[in-house]
Design a protein around this ligand. Structure first.
Ligand SMILES: *Cc1c(COP(=O)(O)O)cnc(C)c1O
Length: 312
């Protein structure tokens, strides 16, 4: 699969950044994985890469996957399907809302067939019974789990480490399913330290999930990583004024956009840890820009409401 023609691996380099009000004695870089491709960005490319290669190898014609109505993974899978010659099916949690939101509009325009799955059905998405029904209904599809997280996704995410060409102490990622962080930890192979910033509330279950993903992947256990569970801002896609102000300030300082669902929360967490003296002076920190900027569109009404409400 000749993906280099479409995915600009060299665009995802390191960029030195500043944080607001910083007398901060750390070297902080952001790895611009948001720049791989306008629609297949960040960790969604990392996680799709070997799945697409495997699907080709198995001569599958259709990719089927799962997600919420604003999912970066749904968006990326639709684009990747079109680019690399697969039909795509998206099983979307919840009911249809018309007009379609920007994410699903894009997915549909890229040829994705959208099916809605009730929330109670959707909860069964990892059950073997449910998976069997999916194959019965949709036939010979290549199935990619929610968020794109499976063992081939870890293989792709582990390559983030190979693509870093400076020495560093910490590497940071936002976490949803934890697949990306698990791949990063596997790639580190016991060196340096990985920090994860879950965007879901009450995500302590992720510790075990990440551990299981890694042991399934390479049979190893590592302890050079840590999750910070307090930067979810109330839960998935929940925001407050502090977070939005920080994201705007960060963009002014660095000319880099963050999204309020994932990378904004991670960067806020890094900033807060810095202020609280978590990092040794002189540390080098790499934050992964995992992409997902399309998600900002879906968040705009929420952001505007928040800004109006708290206007002076
Ligand atoms: C999906 C996503 C994540 C979460 O990745 P996981 O591998 O599920 O933990 C992080 N950042 C962005 C921008 C994403 O779109």
């Amino acid at each position: 699969m000749n993906y280099e023609k479409f995915i600009d691996v060299n665009a995802a380099g390191l960029q030195k950044i500043e944080l607001p009000g910083s007398e901060i004695s750390a070297n902080i870089y952001i790895k611009r994985e948001d720049k791989f491709h306008p629609a297949i960005s960040g960790n969604k490319w990392r996680k799709l890469k070997y799945n697409l290669i495997e699907a080709k190898k198995q001569r599958k014609k259709i990719l089927l996957t799962f997600g919420g109505a604003y999912s970066n993974h749904i968006y990326a899978t639709a684009a990747a399907g079109k680019l690399f010659g697969f039909r795509t099916i998206g099983l979307i949690r919840g009911e249809e809302h018309l007009p379609l939101n920007p994410t699903l509009t894009f997915a549909k325009n890229n040829g994705m067939k959208i099916h809605y799955v009730s929330r109670s059905e959707y909860r069964r998405r990892y059950d073997s019974g449910f998976i069997e029904e999916v194959y019965e209904k949709f036939g010979d599809v290549y199935l990619i789990p929610e968020g794109g997280t499976n063992l081939l996704a870890l293989k792709g995410a582990a390559e983030i480490i190979e693509d870093i060409n400076i020495d560093f102490d910490y590497i940071c990622s936002a976490c949803g399913t934890g697949g990306t962080l698990a791949g990063i930890i596997a790639g580190l192979n016991g060196n340096k330290k990985a920090l994860g910033f879950p965007v879901l509330k009450g995500a302590s279950f992720l510790e075990k999930n990440i551990e299981n993903l890694i042991t399934d992947f390479n049979g190893k256990l590592f302890n050079n990583w840590q999750l910070f569970l307090d930067y979810h801002f109330g839960g998935y896609a929940k925001i407050n004024r502090d977070l939005i102000d920080f994201i705007f300030e960060f963009e002014k300082l660095n000319g880099i956009q963050l999204d309020p669902v994932y990378t904004g929360k991670m960067m806020y967490g890094i900033y807060d840890l810095l202020l609280n003296g978590y990092f040794k002076s002189g540390s080098t920190i790499i934050a992964i820009h995992t992409g997902g900027l399309q998600g900002i569109n879906g968040m705009k009404p929420k952001i505007e409401k928040l800004l109006n409400k708290s206007a002076p």
